[in-house]
Design a protein around this ligand. Sequence first.
Ligand code: CA
Length: 224
Amino acid sequence: MNILIVEDETALAEAVEHILRKAGHNTDRVADGQSALDYIRLGAYDLILLDIMLPKLDGLTVLRQLRSEGAQTPVLMLTARTTVPDKVAGLNAGADDYLTKPFDPEELLARVGAMTRRKGTMVLNEISFQDLTLDLNAVTLRRGSRDVQLSPKEFALARLMLSEPSMTYSKDLLISRAWGLDSEATDNNVEAYISFLRKKLRYLGSKVSIRNLQKIGYRLEVAP
Ligand code: CA
């Protein structure tokens, strides 16, 4: 499973990452609520481990925001708080389960395993726009009976643009979402991957293309 760990206590986050990776999961790790939202909107996560007390945006705000955007990804709240009102607030905000800190590795893996089994149809597996379907599990872009495999960056860009197809995306925005805010990616990287993605759209014969708006950014365009 692809799991996002949202935890600002570095030692704990590293320990959790170690346990999950040893158990065969892929993990990403962020330490504040705003980065969590950025990553979740972009990444194809099967599960989110979400701390409540976080810098920038707290965990409950992140969770409410996600659910209000329609994201169905299962969320396991990590909380040092043991009081009932906080748990109720978390459940109301759309959490699927709780783990109270400190917890032991066995307990963590048991909960993660239970949430995977429960997952079922909760996760949205595809994004469709016009004649295109982006398969979030297979990481492929499809049109009719034709499909192409996407690289991780192509996938990130396609996912972003197809999720909000009417939006104009500046290069800075694409870098921050697809590469991360602390990355050293430049406009050249964006241009390269947009050009790869265009080739794949042409291969598929899609009506959708990526238009370059000079000095502004990119926008999806649909041929009549
Ligand atoms: Ca915390």
